[in-house]
Design a protein around this ligand. Structure first.
Ligand SMILES: [Zn+2]
Length: 485
């Protein structure tokens, strides 16, 4: 595939220099192909985008770059009703869509929207809280902050800010912890619905080992979650996750009732934390002396399945990796949080091994995490890998942030790349967004790059980039954010 695309690029670059050349600005134009004008379809619900497209069609951890990475230097993405209608080389398919309005992003690099597989919206305002590891950090900063989310209007205001921040960073789907209060879930989903975002969220279930003001009961958490599932799950693009905070803050009875919800609603998600911090693991052992390990606490309650996403998983035993793999569970790798809270280093190579493969997505874990940007999250993921003598290439990081995240969330039939039929959430990146990036990336437009050059540019974007390099974000094809206002 690489050879073929590269060849096509060289051919095209001699024909379409004017479209590929800087300046890096986007415009909307109507492309007319005189030869095809009489026979081409035209519909108001159809629109198209031109630019350099990069996505994953398979998992580069398991198959070659040629089999997993799709780079189209001068591509056209045609959408109908927000979904991909056609995708390919501009010169090959543009003729079929004459009369269709084209937004021209030539000079930019367009990737699928980023997917954040673990984040807490009520912790937005307590990001960068100084000095503690997990359990003290929760008591000192997190719990008092989350208390405010019993006020619906307050929750609404933060949810709105939070979603704006995600989209500004190119994130179009996230798996989100709300707070213990059902109002906080309503507020979040109402804001996500207004933006037509594909979001997964749930009410936190927690009935012990936290301040009284933040506790529910096993029974109330079951009933509230059930009502919220009926209200929000599959409403538009929204999906529900049964969300016990972690084993420490739930009694066995509450975990069992969480499992009952999964039985009653088999297509909702399960979202919790697992083996993040050594003190946490020791505390779980004390609270559940009959469990062989941390994961077993969840397994006994029926919480480990193919729609279960466990954040962190730093201190997993071989047996736990094996069981996660067998049950087709996912882990959210949250490097900025793991470094910031001094939690530890996630063993990515082990999770992506062929012997015990576990689905992995990237999570920012704001507010334990320090950035909303999946680019910055990939930057820290690279360093966490380095500290363990592992490597994380730019294309593997791209996979984790897009198609890998979609697979972790069992959404690969809907999002994660530009396959025909998928929902068109995408991000327009500017590889030359800052003076330093211009210098680093040698002012080379991705439209004029080979696959290897794009790999290198993308690596620089991961290491040096954040929301500054996001030129625009589109949700179901609709412009949701642009740097130009
Ligand atoms: Zn978390």
């Amino acid at each position: 595939m690489f050879r073929k695309l590269t060849r096509r690029f060289f051919f095209k670059s001699t024909l379409a220099i004017s479209a590929l050349a800087p300046p890096l600005t986007s415009t909307t134009q109507t492309y007319k192909s005189p030869a095809m004008a009489k026979t081409s379809p035209s519909s108001e619900s159809i629109k198209a985008f031109r630019g350099s497209f990069l996505d994953c069609v398979a998992d580069p951890f398991y198959v070659s770059q040629a089999e997993s990475i799709r780079f189209i230097p001068d591509g056209l993405l045609v959408l109908k009703d927000g979904k991909v209608e056609a995708f390919g080389d501009f010169s090959t398919i543009s003729g079929k869509y004459s009369g269709v309005p084209i937004t021209d992003y030539s000079g930019f690099l367009i990737t699928p929207g980023f997917i954040d597989t673990h984040i807490h919206y009520p912790q937005t305002e307590m990001i960068a809280a100084y000095g503690e590891q997990l359990l003290d950090w929760l008591n000192k900063y997190t719990f008092p902050t989350e208390r405010q989310f019993q006020d619906k209007s307050y929750a609404q205001r933060i949810a709105s800010f939070f979603l704006d921040e995600l989209v500004k960073n190119g994130t179009t789907t996230a798996l989100v912890f709300a707070a213990v209060f059902p109002e906080s879930v309503d507020a979040f989903f109402e804001e996500a619905e207004r933006r037509n975002l594909r979001m997964i969220a749930g009410k936190v279930m927690m009935n012990r080992n936290a301040p009284e003001y933040l506790l529910d009961t096993a029974k109330s958490s079951y009933e509230d979650s059930k009502r919220l599932i009926k209200k929000w799950h599959k409403k538009g693009r929204l999906l529900y996750a049964v969300t016990p905070r972690f084993a420490i803050t739930s009694t066995d009875e509450q975990l069992q009732l969480a499992g009952k919800l999964l039985q009653e609603f088999p297509d909702v998600y399960m979202h919790t934390h697992l083996s993040e911090n050594k003190d946490e693991v020791a505390f779980v052992k004390k609270l559940f002396p009959d469990s062989q390990d941390y994961l077993a606490v969840y397994e006994k309650a029926g919480l480990a399945g193919s729609r279960s996403i466990f954040a962190h998983g730093i201190y997993l035993s071989d047996s736990e990796f094996e069981r996660l793999s067998k049950a087709n569970c996912a882990c959210a790798f949250c490097p900025t949080s793991n470094l910031f809270l001094g939690s530890g280093l996630f063993n990515l190579a082990k999770a992506k091994s062929t012997t015990t493969p576990v689905k992995v997505g990237l999570g920012t874990d704001v507010g334990g995490g320090t950035s909303f940007s999946l680019l910055q999250t990939a930057n820290e993921a690279y360093k966490v890998a380095q500290l363990q003598r592992q490597k994380l290439s730019s294309f593997k990081a791209l996979f984790l942030a897009t198609l890998g995240g979609a697979k972790a969330l069992s959404l690969e039939d809907k999002i994660g790349n530009f396959d025909v039929g998928k929902e068109a959430d995408f991000v327009v990146l500017n590889p030359l967004a800052t003076p330093l990036l211009k210098l680093r990336n040698k002012e080379l437009s991705p439209a004029k790059s080979t696959l290897e050059q794009v790999s290198d540019q993308l690596f620089a974007l991961f290491i040096l980039g954040d929301s500054q390099v996001v030129h625009a974000t589109h949700v179901m094809g609709t412009l949701a954010y642009t740097k130009n206002g």
